[in-house]
Design a protein around this ligand. Structure first.
Ligand code: NOJ
Length: 726
C-alpha cells in the first residue's frame, strides 16, 4: 500500500474522518436503518458515523465483520476500519487485575496474560487494545491503581515491556501476517496516576524531575518495546492538559523517544479542553490538540467539525494534518488490514480459543502467583486437609471476583472460593456462610447483618478448626471514577469480621479488592492474611491452591499498604527530609513524623511472606570501587521446613547527590526457588548506568561518590554495604 499516494487521493473531510473514533453502538441502526444513540447529544450526523476511521467497543467476529463489510461498501478508497477496545486483563478468560499481576514480580506472567488475551480478542475481531496502563501510582484512594503495576518506575518499566511483547509479539513488523497478536496502546500519557487527592481526572502537579524520574520511565519503556499507540491522559500537568501538551507529545514522545506510532486522546478528552478552561470552543480545542500532537480524537468530533476550516484558514497546516492521518493509515497497514480487513476473525476461531483450557490453566497459575501472604502467625497456613474449615463472608460464594475492566468476561464463569476449596478437602470438612452481602457501591444503603446471620456465623465458627474470612470491596468499587476517601472494608463486612473474631478461632482473612486497604484491624485480629486481589476467572481455585500450599506463595507488594488513609501518599522511594525521624528516639519532637500514627506503612513495598523462613547472609561485592560495573553476591538459606519462591530485592541509596535522591530505589531483583535447608548464592551485576539520574542541567548520568547497596526480602528489611564511584 502506497500510503502517500492514498493520502494524495483523499479529500480533507476523508482525512479528518480517519482522525475520528466513535463507539460501536453508534454504528448500529434501528429497524428502519436510522442510526440511533447519542448522536444528537454529540452533535454527530449519520454521515460522521459513516466515515469515522476507527471504532471503539465492538466485539465478536460476526458483528465486527458486519460493520467492516458495510463500511467497505461505502468507503471510496476501501480504507478499512480499525477496531479498538480495552482488553486489560483478559478478553473472556479473565486474569487477575494488573496490580495483582505486578505483585507476582514475574514479568513473564504479564506477557502470557497479554498474549492469551490477544489470542481471544483477535479471534473476536479486535485489532488494538488500550493497554497496558502504566501510570505510576502512590495513592490508593485513586480507583485506577487496580490497573497499574504500582509505585516503582523500574518494575513498571519491565512490566510495560512484557505487556507490549505479549500483545504485539516481539516484532511489530510481523503483525501484518500474525493475526493472533494485536497492537498495544501505552496509556495514559502522562502522570494520570498523580491525580491530586486521589480523585479521578483531577489535576496533577509534578515537577519535571519527578515526571522524568518516576512517571515517564514506564511509558518510555513501552515505546522502546515498539508499542504502536499512545493514549493521552485526562489530567493537566502543571496546568497543561495532556491532550494538547506539545512538550509531552511532540518534544518528549516523538522527538526524544522516537515514537513512530499513533497518538489517541482519551474518551472525549479533546472536547474536555473546554471544561478545563484551556480552549474556548470545539474549534479552539481541535486546533490546540492537533498542534500539540494529538491524532485520533476518541468520542468527540472537534477535529471532524472544525478541521476543514482550520486548514483552509491556514491555522493548521495540511502537512501537519497529513502526518497525523499517515500515522493512522500506517497503523492499519501494519495490522495487515488492507490485505485482510477482518484479520482472520471468525466464529470458528472464537469457539476454539475463547475460554479454552490452556487459558484457564494459565489464569489459575497467574492468579495464585499474584497473591500476597501478609501475615501467617503460628504457621496457620498452609491449611491441613483434615481441618474443619468455616468459610465466612460474602466472598465465599461471590462470583464478582473478576475486578473492573473485564471486557467480555462473564462472572458466571468465575470459580468461587467455596468451589475451589471443595476440591481440596472432603465436603464435610467445609461449611460456608455468607453472613452479609457485598454492596456494589458505597452510595448503596448499608446492608444490615441480621440476627439469623449472626447466629449462623457463630455456629459455623464454633464448629470449625479454622475460619476463612472472605471479605473485600465489590469489584465495582475499584476502577475508573471509583475514588474513595476511606480505605476501610464496607461497614457491614467490618461488623461481620468483629463477630468472627469474637469466636476466638484462628482466622485466615482472604481479601478480594482492587487497591491497598486500611488493614489495621483485620491484620491485628487475624492469624493469617492473604491478599487475593480480584483474581479473575479462576480465582477460587487459585486461592485454594495458596491456602492449601499446593502452590507456594510468591506475591510481593508493588504498592505500599498505608497504615491509614492519613498517610497517603505513602511510598517507599520517597526523598529524605532534613529532619528524619529516628524510631530509636521516639521522644524527639521537631522531626518529620506524625504525632498520632507511625511514619511507616502497615505493609511496605516488596513485602510478602513465604511458608518458610529465609535467612539472608552478608552481601559481598566484587570490588569496592565501581568503574563500569560491580558484581554483588548474597547468600540465602532456607531455614524452615518448606520450599519457597523468594524474591531477592536489590536497592540503591545514594547518601549525597546533586539533588535529594530516593531513600531507596529498586535496581534489580531475582526470583529463586529454594528447598528447605538449601543454601543459594544470588549474583547481581550493577552497572554504572543503573545509578544514573536526571541532573539539574538535564543530563542523565551517575555521580562520583558513595553508594549503598541494600539487599533484602522487602524495602523495609534490607542489609547494606557500600562502594564508591571515583
Ligand atoms: C476512558 C479510560 O480512561 C481509558 O483508559 C479507556 O481506554 C477509554 N475510556 C476507552 O474505553
Amino acid at each position: 500500500m502506497d500510503i502517500n499516494c492514498l493520502l494524495k487521493s483523499m479529500t480533507l473531510r476523508e482525512k479528518l474522518a480517519q482522525l475520528t473514533q466513535l463507539e460501536s453502538s453508534l454504528f448500529t441502526a434501528d429497524e428502519n436503518g436510522v442510526l440511533t444513540g447519542p448522536l444528537s447529544v454529540m452533535e454527530l450526523t449519520p454521515e460522521d458515523v459513516g466515515c469515522a476511521g476507527s471504532v471503539l467497543g465492538a466485539t465478536g467476529a460476526e458483528p465486527i465483520r458486519r460493520i467492516q463489510e458495510q463500511h467497505l461498501k461505502n468507503d471510496p478508497h476501501g480504507i478499512p476500519l480499525v477496531f479498538m477496545m480495552d482488553v486489560i486483563h483478559g478478553y473472556r478468560t479473565i486474569f487477575p487485575i494488573p496490580l495483582a499481576i505486578a505483585c507476582s514480580w514475574n514479568t513473564e506472567y504479564a506477557r502470557i496474560c497479554a498474549e492469551l488475551s490477544a489470542a481471544e480478542a483477535t479471534a473476536a475481531g479486535l485489532h488494538v487494545t488500550f493497554a497496558p496502563m502504566m501510570d505510576l501510582v502512590r495513592d490508593p484512594r485513586w480507583g485506577r491503581v487496580m490497573e497499574s503495576a504500582g509505585e516503582d518506575p523500574y518494575l513498571n518499566s519491565l512490566f510495560a515491556q512484557s505487556y507490549v511483547y505479549g500483545y504485539q509479539g516481539e516484532n511489530p513488523d510481523e503483525l501484518s501476517h500474525d493475526n493472533r497478536h494485536m497492537a498495544a496502546c501505552i496509556k495514559h500519557i502522562a502522570a494520570y496516576g498523580a491525580a491530586e487527592s486521589g480523585r479521578d481526572y483531577n489535576t496533577a502537579e509534578v515537577s519535571d524531575y519527578t515526571l522524568r524520574e518516576f512517571y515517564l520511565p514506564a511509558y518510555k519503556a513501552a515505546v522502546e518495546a515498539g508499542v504502536m499507540l499512545a493514549m493521552t491522559s485526562f489530567n493537566t500537568i502543571n496546568g497543561i492538559p495532556s491532550t494538547m501538551n506539545k512538550k509531552l507529545l511532540r518534544d518528549i514522545l516523538r522527538n526524544e523517544w522516537g515514537f513512530q506510532g499513533t497518538i489517541i486522546s482519551d474518551w472525549t478528552s479533546l472536547q474536555e479542553l473546554i471544561a478545563h478552561g484551556a480552549a474556548s470552543d470545539k474549534r479552539d480545542a481541535a486546533q490546540k490538540a492537533l498542534q500539540g500532537g494529538l491524532e485520533i480524537e476518541m468520542m468527540s468530533n472537534c477535529i471532524l467539525q472544525n478541521g476543514e476550516e482550520l486548514v483552509r484558514k491556514g491555522v493548521v497546516s495540511e502537512e501537519l494534518l497529513d502526518d497525523a492521518v499517515r500515522h493512522v493509515l500506517e497503523l492499519k497497514e501494519k495490522l495487515g488490514l488492507f490485505e485482510d480487513p477482518y484479520r482472520g476473525a471468525s466464529p470458528e476461531r472464537e469457539r476454539a480459543v475463547i475460554g479454552c483450557k490452556e487459558h484457564r490453566e494459565a489464569a489459575r497459575k497467574i492468579a495464585a502467583g499474584s497473591m500476597v501472604v501478609l501475615k501467617n502467625e503460628g504457621d496457620l497456613l498452609p491449611l491441613k486437609r483434615e481441618q474443619r474449615i468455616a468459610v465466612i463472608g460474602p466472598y465465599g460464594t461471590a462470583r464478582h471476583i473478576l475486578g473492573n475492566w473485564i471486557c467480555r468476561g462473564d462472572e458466571n464463569e468465575a470459580v468461587t472460593l467455596y468451589e475451589g476449596l471443595s476440591v481440596k478437602t472432603e465436603k464435610e470438612n467445609i461449611r460456608v456462610v455468607k453472613g452479609v452481602d457485598c454492596r456494589s457501591s458505597f452510595s448503596d444503603p448499608m446492608i444490615p447483618l441480621t440476627d439469623e446471620a449472626v447466629r449462623e456465623v457463630k455456629e459455623a465458627a464454633e464448629w470449625a478448626d479454622a475460619v476463612i474470612l472472605a471479605v473485600g470491596e465489590h469489584s465495582d468499587m475499584s476502577g475508573e471514577a471509583r475514588s474513595r476517601a476511606f480505605l476501610d472494608l464496607p461497614e457491614e463486612q467490618q461488623k461481620l469480621a468483629e463477630i468472627v473474631f469474637s469466636c476466638q478461632k484462628p482466622v485466615v482473612t482472604v481479601l478480594f479488592n482492587g487497591r491497598p486497604l486500611d488493614l489495621r484491624y483485620i491484620s491485628e485480629k487475624s492469624a493469617a492474611v492473604v491478599e487475593a486481589w480480584f483474581p479473575g476467572s479462576e480465582g477460587g481455585n487459585a486461592v485454594a491452591d495458596i491456602l492449601y500450599g499446593d502452590i507456594l506463595p510468591q506475591g510481593r507488594l508493588t504498592m505500599s499498604f498505608p497504615y491509614c488513609v492519613g498517610q497517603v501518599p505513602v511510598y517507599y522511594n520517597h526523598g529524605a527530609t532534613g529532619r528524619p525521624y529516628d524510631p530509636k528516639n521516639p521522644e524527639e519532637r521537631y522531626v518529620s513524623r506524625y504525632t498520632d500514627i507511625p511514619n511507616e506503612p502497615l505493609y511496605p513495598f516488596g513485602y510478602g511472606l513465604n511458608y518458610t523462613d529465609i535467612a539472608y547472609k552478608e552481601i559481598i561485592l566484587s570490588e569496592n570501587v565501581l568503574k563500569d560495573s560491580v558484581k554483588v553476591f548474597v547468600t540465602l538459606e532456607n531455614i524452615g521446613n518448606r520450599a519457597a519462591n523468594e524474591t531477592v530485592q536489590l536497592y540503591i541509596k545514594q547518601p549525597a547527590a546533586e539533588r535529594v535522591r530516593p531513600v531507596l530505589s529498586l535496581k534489580a531483583y531475582q526470583q529463586i526457588f529454594i528447598q528447605p535447608g538449601e543454601v543459594q548464592t544470588v549474583q547481581f551485576l550493577l552497572e554504572r548506568e543503573n545509578l544514573a539520574y536526571r541532573h539539574m542541567d538535564g543530563s542523565f548520568t551517575a555521580d562520583s561518590g558513595k553508594y549503598e547497596v541494600h539487599i533484602g526480602a522487602n524495602s523495609a528489611d534490607t542489609q547494606s554495604v557500600s562502594f564508591i564511584i571515583e
